[in-house]
Design a protein around this ligand. Structure first.
Ligand SMILES: [Zn+2]
Length: 98
């Protein structure tokens, strides 16, 4: 049997790399950025890896677009919450500020 926690660590580093790539290409090629996000999500799902909080905020949980504040999403602070509005699917995401 394969070592699961080791596998998860490997997947997590792959996922992190994919998010970094998405960030790099998001300015010139948002579609490619979205592809990277999808790939990252699929990798994570395969091993039941929960995405870290900081990565969860980088894409829309409804349409999985890579979010660039001011470009394809709007970020608002409301009390202790951060609210993201996705221009692509016109939906909101809320996070508790930490
Ligand atoms: Zn969206």
């Amino acid at each position: 049997m394969k070592n699961k926690s080791k596998l998860k660590k490997e997947v997590l580093s792959t996922v992190n790399n994919l998010f970094k790539l998405a960030e790099v290409v998001s300015r010139d090629n948002p579609k490619l950025a979205n592809k990277y996000i999808n790939l990252a999500r699929k990798n994570a799902m395969k091993v039941n890896l929960k995405l870290p909080r900081n990565l969860k905020r980088k894409f829309c949980k409804h349409c999985y677009s890579y979010l660039v504040p001011g470009k394809n999403c709007r970020v608002r602070m409301h009390k202790s919450r951060i609210i993201y509005y996705c221009f692509n699917c016109k939906k909101y995401m809320r996070f508790v500020k930490r």
